[in-house]
Ligand binder design. Structure first.
Ligand code: SF4
Ligand code: SF4
Length: 302
């Protein structure tokens, strides 16, 4: 047995903004809804979503012996997250101008786990961040961190939706578990739906990845129809920039998520003239390397 208060206190000390603890168990209703979404083909080229659905919605099938899941979130909100204003430079999603979050969150989760092991030496753990079949957003809702907004993203009341998630699967039961929020929600707001230039937001708080710029800039297959990218070369923030919760949330506090370059200083010509060496020096630590310079250049003017 491990103390929930200890977990939440240490998680905040290692730099997370929000934390909740939930039981590891099956989530059959969510699994059914996810399978309906897959049947409609909304996953597009994201074929990995079709695999391990059983594990995705029952953490005990992913990690043997897991009893609890610690769900952590950290803000990366920056002024860029609120939009590019009148600038017509090639646009990069604001999470991608900082160091790759996979590594940052894994380090934070490892530090959290090591400190929990000091209090509970028999504790075993696995850390995940967008790296395994884990229903991250659903677990965050279950843990009371927020709700699923119309744009399908987790919206938290105090930090908005520009948050990154990480989960620590632990072998101990917690002395208390968090519950979903009773209030909160999008109300009558539909700002994200109106802002999406490719009409990618579906009626039931889900995204049609076939139309979503965020996927198209990174994973578009050669044979796909040429939907416009509206100036984005990596990711897309439009349905988040307009969200009132992001408009009033504080800027991120954790320096791990500070920008390492400013896309507002790079016009089309600067991107087109960039060499691989210059790209590595500029953005080698960021998620842009997932895409590569050639694809970024090819996205300009699409
Ligand atoms: S990321 Fe961009 S394209 Fe995708 S749903 Fe949001 S606004 Fe639409
Ligand atoms: S923009 Fe409005 S509808 Fe969309 S997620 Fe934010 S609060 Fe919800």
């Amino acid at each position: 047995m491990i103390s929930r208060n200890l977990i939440t206190n240490v998680a905040k000390e290692v730099g997370f903004d929000l934390v909740g603890v939930v039981r590891a168990e099956a989530m059959p209703e969510l699994r059914n809804r996810f399978e309906e979404w897959l049947l409609e083909g909304n996953q597009s080229t994201l074929a990995y979503l079709e695999r391990n659905v059983d594990k995705r919605f029952d953490q005990r099938l992913l990690v043997e012996g897991v009893r609890s899941v610690v769900v952590c979130a950290v803000s990366y909100l920056s002024p860029l997250s609120r939009g590019y204003g009148d600038s017509d430079v090639p646009k990069v999603a604001s999470y991608a101008v900082a160091k790759d979050y996979h590594r940052q969150i894994k380090q934070m989760l490892s530090e959290l786990a090591e400190r929990l092991c000091q209090a509970a030496p028999t504790l075993r753990y696995r850390a995940f961040t967008d790296s395994a079949p884990v229903a991250e957003k659903s677990l965050a809702v279950k843990a009371g961190l927020g709700w699923i907004g119309r744009n399908s993203l987790l919206v938290t009341p105090d930090f908005g939706s520009m948050v990154l998630l990480g989960e620590l699967f632990i072998s101990e039961q917690s002395d208390a578990y968090d519950e979903p929020m009773q209030d909160g929600g999008c109300g009558s707001c539909r700002a994200c739906v109106a802002a999406c230039p490719n009409s990618a937001i579906l009626d039931y708080r889900a995204i049609d990845a076939r139309r979503c710029i965020s996927r198209l800039t990174i994973e578009r297959a050669d044979e796909e129809d040429a939907l416009p990218l509206h100036g984005w070369i990596f990711g897309c923030d439009m349905c988040q920039s307009v969200c009132p919760y992001n408009r009033r949330a504080p800027l991120h506090r954790n320096p791990r998520f500070d920008a390492v370059f400013d896309p507002l200083s790079l016009d089309r010509a600067a991107w087109q003239a960039m060499s691989e060496e210059e790209f590595e020096a500029l953005a080698g630590a960021t998620p842009l390397t997932r895409s590569g310079l050639e694809r970024l250049k090819s996205n300009i003017n699409k």
